[in-house]
Design a binder for this molecule. Structure first.
Ligand code: CA
Length: 232
């Protein structure tokens, strides 16, 4: 599974290390130390994945993520310091899909990159579009399209994973643990808040009123469920 990966990292040593790990896996690697340049490259080179350091000298990583999200749903894997949980949450809220904590091993990096790329490409088997709530929500797994109240919605790979996981069995309560496992294939420290951050972003895109969500419903002490019934 070879991909074009854009690496945004201002530490030269780490940047070179990332390049060599990723190239060894057969990926084509573009690099920059600048957040401003990264936004331009994400647009012009249309990479399959962006590896983004959150602490950059010019534009902060979370701002880069937000700007890239405005025109692209490319998966973003961010790099953060171990102690910086707040950074991580802000990065996820800005639209990053996953994170890797510094320092990391080559194996960790490669596994995480593969997981993110796989999620991005998980187009699922050919299926008819599924409709929920009298057509309020339509999920076309084959085309990887979501329509809400007649409007197409752009979801990140993680948001897509969450929504389709919930839609497998409308009404059933999925715990955060179960959701993170279905979407990511592994659990990690702080995953509850991560799931909540992604749900928050997802709701902003699909709910008519985010204060009273009807599609992705919170179940106190339980997790989340799809609030709409499957049609037909
Ligand atoms: Ca840095």
């Amino acid at each position: 599974m070879s991909a074009v990966v854009l690496v945004v990292e201002d530490e030269l040593k780490l940047r070179d290390l990332l390049r060599s790990y990723l190239e060894r896996e057969g990926h084509q690697v573009l690099t920059t130390a600048s957040g401003a340049e990264a936004i331009g490259m994400a647009r012009s080179a249309a990479p399959d994945l962006v590896v983004l350091d959150l602490r950059l000298p010019d534009v902060p990583g979370e701002e880069v993520a937000r700007e890239v999200r405005a025109f692209s749903d490319v998966p973003i894997l961010m790099l953060t310091a171990k102690t910086a949980e707040e950074d991580r949450i802000r990065g996820l809220e800005a639209g990053a899909d996953d994170y890797l904590t510094k320092p990391f091993s080559p194996r960790e990096l490669v596994l995480r990159v593969q997981a993110v790329l796989r999620r991005g490409r998980a187009a699922a088997a050919v299926q008819a579009p599924s409709s929920f709530g009298g057509g309020e929500l339509v999920i076309d797994e084959d085309r990887r399209q979501v329509t809400v109240r007649g409007q197409g919605v752009e979801l990140t790979p993680t948001e897509w994973g969450l929504l389709t996981a919930l839609a497998r069995s409308p009404g059933r309560v999925y715990s955060r643990y179960e959701l993170v496992n279905r979407v990511r294939g592994y659990e990690f420290e702080g995953y509850e808040r991560t799931v909540d951050s992604h749900v928050k972003n997802l709701r902003r895109k699909i709910e008519a009123d985010t204060r009273h969500p009807r599609i992705v419903v919170t179940v106190l002490g339980g997790g989340y469920r799809l609030g709409l019934a499957r049609d037909g």
